[in-house]
Design a protein. Structure first.
Length: 239
């Protein structure tokens, strides 16, 4: 069954808006695990506008499920943090400085040499490496050449197409990219704008999906449905 990793950045955003430690990000990670999530995802950025670097260290101490740290590996501070904390997985995202949220995958052909070098750095530390890619066959093939363990399909275009009513058309490039990844021996993750409306359809068309990382939508739903209930509802979409 596909695993659910919950991105807790938005909980940190709420905390930071008032200062102090309410809500407590570490307590949230403990509870989300207890509520049934298979993992916790964090995405620290250089300005620490949501998850702080110390949060990452503190979460590592208490986590008993999978820990996934995603971010911009072109930032030395990020690389140093990942090597210090040693999560089960690092997801490499080609963020630009000041970006509100991730909005594109790696050009795995153009950045092949760089990706090979940074991926080797993390893998030598015993960390599984996933790289963020668009649902484009040649980018998936390029990812295989970097020696990444997995890819994470960037699903914003899927979510928009699904909401517009083009379910079968929009799933096609994702299914094709997923199939190519499978043929190449790459593990498969997915994330960005997946929610209770579109997650089940995506999961059913890519049944060998290893993991989805969901934050914004899940935390928004939790405002109405409660955090424990929401985690469990999302888990049921992946059955």
């Amino acid at each position: 069954m596909t695993k659910l990793s919950v991105n807790i950045n938005k909980i940190a955003t709420l905390r930071n808006s008032r200062g102090g430690n309410n809500p407590d990000v570490v307590r949230a990670a403990i509870d989300i695990q207890r509520f049934g999530a298979d993992g916790i995802t964090v995405h620290p950025r250089p300005d620490e506008r949501h998850i702080r670097y110390q949060d990452v260290r503190d979460i590592k101490k208490i986590i008993n499920t999978e820990f996934n740290i995603e971010g911009n590996c072109r930032e030395k501070k990020f690389v140093d943090l990942v090597l210090e904390v040693r999560p089960q997985q690092v997801t490499l995202v080609p963020d630009e400085l000041g970006q509100i949220t991730s909005d594109h995958g790696w050009d795995t052909k153009k950045h092949k040499k760089y990706l090979q070098e940074i991926i080797a750095t993390f893998k030598n530390a015993g960390i599984r490496v996933s790289i963020f890619v668009d649902p484009v066959i040649k980018m998936v093939e390029g990812a295989a050449d970097t020696d990444a363990d997995r890819i994470e399909l960037y699903t914003e275009s899927y979510a928009k197409g699904y909401a517009a009513g083009g379910r079968n058309d929009i799933i096609a490039p994702f299914a094709a990219a997923a199939q190519r990844a499978r043929e190449l021996g790459l593990g498969l993750n997915a994330g960005h704008d997946l929610d209770l409306d579109n997650l089940k359809f995506f999961s059913r068309h890519i049944p060998w999906l290893n993991e989805v990382s969901i934050g914004h939508a899940l935390i928004c739903d939790a405002l109405y449905l409660g955090l424990e209930n929401t985690v469990q509802i999302y888990k049921r979409q992946l059955i």
